[in-house]
Design a protein around this ligand. Structure first.
Ligand code: MN
Length: 234
């Protein structure tokens, strides 16, 4: 059942990609379609079944968010880069280089969502390793980081993303960024993100963003975050 759901889900986006093992921090979200597909940028498969995050996020919530909104950003991005040199760039590099406007907005939204799905895991995972030590050093522990990032997410005016990000020395900070803006654009490696566009939670939570943000923490994949943190200082 789960497998069939996944196949149906991936057929919708038509990636034809094989879902490989999730390697923390290793994915670049910049799969080139040369020789395989006309699409320059390919939306990665959802790393779990559409209903795997319920009841935090319902199957319907994820189906719309992944299958309509996220897919839409990839479609827009591919239309914008068709026949242009940007079609052959790594998505991260394109985001850093692109001026404000539709190309940046759709490229960043495509990448941000792929990253968001990877931050989540149905059962979550335990925080440990170098990231746990850095969170203790820079925030005074996980509870305080969680409070700071939740506060940033809940208070962000309008649409945007709350980020935990690290500089090249591994110093952590929380950012509240509007619309498609991403810590990549600010030279900071993303470690975790919370999508606070209404489309991320409105089916399940209506206007109650704070409840959605509260539910997020039980499903954080800290192993993935640790991999991102390792990349920040590599
Ligand atoms: Mn979203």
């Amino acid at each position: 059942m789960r497998r069939r759901d996944f196949l149906l889900g991936s057929a919708v986006v038509g990636t034809g990609m094989v879902l490989g093992p999730k390697t923390p921090g290793a994915r670049e979200y910049s799969v080139s379609g040369k020789g395989e597909t006309k699409m320059a940028f390919v939306q990665p498969p959802l790393p779990y079944a559409m209903d795997a995050l319920a009841p935090f996020l319902s199957e319907e919530q994820v189906r719309f968010h992944y299958g309509k909104h996220h897919t839409g950003y990839f479609k827009n991005l591919n239309a914008l880069v068709e026949g242009k040199p940007e079609a052959d760039m790594a998505l991260r590099d394109l985001i850093v280089q692109a001026p404000a406007g539709p190309l940046f907005n759709n490229a960043a939204q495509a990448w941000n969502h792929s990253f968001y799905w990877d931050c989540l895991k149905p059962q979550g995972s335990a925080l440990g390793g170098a990231l746990a030590a850095a969170i203790e050093r820079d925030f005074g522990g996980l509870a305080k980081l969680r409070a700071a990032m939740s506060d940033a997410a809940v208070k962000l005016f309008g649409s945007g993303w709350a980020w935990l990000a690290a500089d090249k020395q591994g110093k952590l900070q929380v950012l509240a960024l509007s619309n498609a803006d991403t810590s990549l654009k600010h030279g900071l490696e993303p470690i975790l993100t919370i999508d606070v566009w209404e489309h991320a939670y409105y089916i399940d939570y209506r206007n109650e963003r704070a409840k959605y943000v509260e539910g997020y923490w039980a499903h954080v994949d800290w192993d993935f975050a640790n991999g991102c943190f390792a990349r920040a200082t590599a």
